[in-house]
Design a protein around this ligand. Sequence first.
Ligand SMILES: *[C@@H]1O[C@H](CO)[C@@H](O)[C@H](O)[C@H]1NC(C)=O
Ligand SMILES: *[C@@H]1O[C@H](CO)[C@@H](O)[C@H](O)[C@H]1NC(C)=O
Ligand SMILES: *[C@@H]1O[C@H](CO)[C@@H](O)[C@H](O)[C@H]1NC(C)=O
Ligand SMILES: *[C@@H]1O[C@H](CO)[C@@H](O)[C@H](O)[C@H]1NC(C)=O
Length: 455
Amino acid sequence: MAFEAISKLVLLATLLCAANAQYWIFGGTRPIVTTRLDPVISPDAIGSHVHSVVGASRFKDVYDPADLVQSNCTTIPVQPDKSNYWAPQLYHQDQQTGELTPIPTTFNIYYLQRNGPTDQPIKAFPEGLRMVAGDTNRRSYNASSHADQAITFVCQDFSGAHNNDPDWAERPNFFDHNCPDGMRAQVFFPSCWDGVNLDSADHKSHMSYPIQNFNGGDCPDTHPVQLISLFYEMMVTVDKFDYWGPGTWVLANGDTTGYGHHGDFQNGWDVDLLQQAIDQCANVVANVQDCPPLAANFNQASADACVLETDIVNEDTGFSSPIRVLPGCNPLWNGTGPRPTCTGLSTPSLVPAQTALPLGWSEVGCIAEGTNGRALTGASTTSPTMTRAACASFCASKGFSLAGVEFSDECYCDNQMRNGATNGTVTWNECTNFCAGNSNEICGGPMRLTLLVTN
Ligand SMILES: *[C@@H]1O[C@H](CO)[C@@H](O)[C@H](O)[C@H]1NC(C)=O
Ligand SMILES: *[C@@H]1O[C@H](CO)[C@@H](O)[C@H](O)[C@H]1NC(C)=O
Ligand SMILES: *[C@@H]1O[C@H](CO)[C@@H](O)[C@H](O)[C@H]1NC(C)=O
Ligand SMILES: *[C@@H]1O[C@H](CO)[C@@H](O)[C@H](O)[C@H]1NC(C)=O
């Protein structure tokens, strides 16, 4: 229901802004990873701060569009969109201890048809395009800058109790009170392209906001190509935490004001499909299913089962227990006084997102449980730190050659398949449970096992 309310608000804004102004939304999209990587700003290196990253499963420290489109899957329901979308993770600071807890996050990603009065044709993102909106170092607001206007916050209260209250209106920085139905940190990307450069030194100057408004209008002569407009709402469940004043909310870059919020995009679309959607779906309002080229490629099951295939930074981002310091050099800073510096930092390494299997073991895939009993009955265990590797090791230690993980934390072993089960795999996306010990890895599903074998 929250989602409908959001759509209505945006529809209203849309109608006020531009004539040809319909859009579709990838709503409630789950991050594929939260880690300190940024292939646009810090290619081939550890990034400066932790990002919440949505989209394709081959996200890594270097943007290689040809590799990215080979991703097995994406957390975006329309699977041919192998793009990645990311923004700084938002943390909650404990008032007493100063400890930081990442706030659970999902994204609503909007594709909007927002050309101006001259009705320039709207183009798909060119292959290889990347861009940044917002500025991690900003701690102030210039009301006449489209770039600054493009970063906004919304405090959700679906009761309507604060309608028309200026203290609750959409604004360029954090609120001074909690938000009973969560907060949206929003980024509107520039939609005008210079037609030549897929990137630029500052990752911005190859793009421009339109002439009339940050969120719609004609493109300037310097950036004549009108692209589809990209906007994302990072939904953060701030309501699950207390609010105690400035410093309650901290972006992963150390910003306690919100002005330093930003978003990054790297294109991984099937560009022809995106252009078809733009051309055929000018009248769609919100619902992807109303746009035939997108509806034909809609696969929520694959989005739900998608996990990262690549590497993460080997450091604690606070998801299992609160952290004392933000990863990287990101001391809290609201723009008053000089920015604090850091000493004695070491650079962490990259590690595979999915825990490597013990030597000699390999994954068969997702299989169906037995029809009249369990597929594997030789031994079993459960563990809050279960991974595929942990299960394989357990079964190996008991002398078994088959291992199966199920329901995130259950492990079963045997030397043969029983009770009508076989090692024939079902569609991979029927295994949808993240491992209890590693959320970047799948450990079975409902009546489904991730089957592992040793040779
Ligand atoms: C990705 O694709 C490869 C090759 O098809 C497959 O072996 C692997 O299991 C897939 N991984 C996931 C997480 O789906
Ligand atoms: C604010 O933004 C406008 C428009 O981009 C720019 O002309 C002006 O110089 C900016 N002011 C400051 C103080 O940066
Ligand atoms: C900004 O930070 C300074 C130093 O930490 C602090 O004294 C000041 O009260 C803060 N301002 C706001 C508005 O939170
Ligand atoms: C599946 O089981 C059959 C025997 O029932 C075996 O020959 C085959 O190698 C197994 N496949 C895998 C991938 O383990």
